[in-house]
Design a protein around this ligand. Sequence first.
Ligand code: NAD
Length: 307
Amino acid sequence: MAELIDGKALAKEVRAEVKARAEAFQATHGRPPGLHVVLVGDDPASQVYVRNKERAAHKAGIAGEVHRLPADTSEADLLALIFELNADDGIDGILVQLPLPDHLDDQMVVDAIDPAKDVDGLHPFNAGLLTVGRRGLRPCTPSGCMRMLEQVGCDPKGKRALVLGRSTLVGKPIAMMLLEKHATVTIAHSRTENLGDRVREADIVVAAVGRPNLVKGDWIKEGAVVIDVGINRVDDVAEVKHLYPGSEKRMRRFEKNGSILVGDVDFTRVRPISGAITPVPGGVGPLTVAMLLVNTLTAAKHHLGID
Ligand code: NAD
């Protein structure tokens, strides 16, 4: 049976490392690293994500504030806040929780963040640094995936890696990071033909699509490492029974919540063939928040001119 990559345990380790480094930062510089988060509107999922980030930052000794703005905030007001945070010397990291309400342009708002404070690593300047192989702030989810590969001793060098999904948030940056580590990388997407054949060639599979059960058991090469980034809510009992046959734990969770969260990978059928696999939930998700804290420390050090 494949090794289960425990994202929760790994995230705990990373958070403890950050806490120690944040304490050392505070002792040396007389202030903690500072992260400010901007949340516009009342989308329930975004509220949960922001609360998790706020709590994790606080526990790790990172100071900061969440700016909660009403859903009808104008573009001018939002940009004015971002410029104010950009100019504030006590703030090292700025994160705008996406997606923004429909009347606001996500990309334009991300572009307004000072790239040196862009702890989500989504500013085009930081995307460019990653593409040319230079240091910079990198997106948190792909950084977490790389950390997971490291954790299971999977060196991408010379291996075939298949990334499903080509978003700027996950697919493209993880492909760049795997390439940097000398993998032979293929990016598959919605127009890719014979997807199963492409997956079968891969020693490393990263699925970031947003479709439950997309990656089938018979697509996986024996021993492949499978990182499942997808987060999908399934509220159909038949589908839950198909995905997790005989799993009382999942059924209990379904009965309690009316739905369960699943990844893009058919976990039950892929696990016996793979060498290592991440669960959903409890896989990539917790590491994403931990890597945000790492990025905040990195931004704080660069801000003060420390390597
Ligand atoms: P996105 O919608 O921006 O991109 C999805 C990608 O999948 C697109 O590039 C598209 O071409 C590709 N795609 C669609 N159908 C496909 C198919 N049939 N075969 C192959 N590729 C296909 O999504 P995203 O922001 O990259 O997120 C992807 C998933 O990862 C979502 O489920 C999201 O919730 C999840 N996610 C999780 C975390 C985390 O912390 N765990 C972070 C970010 C995103």
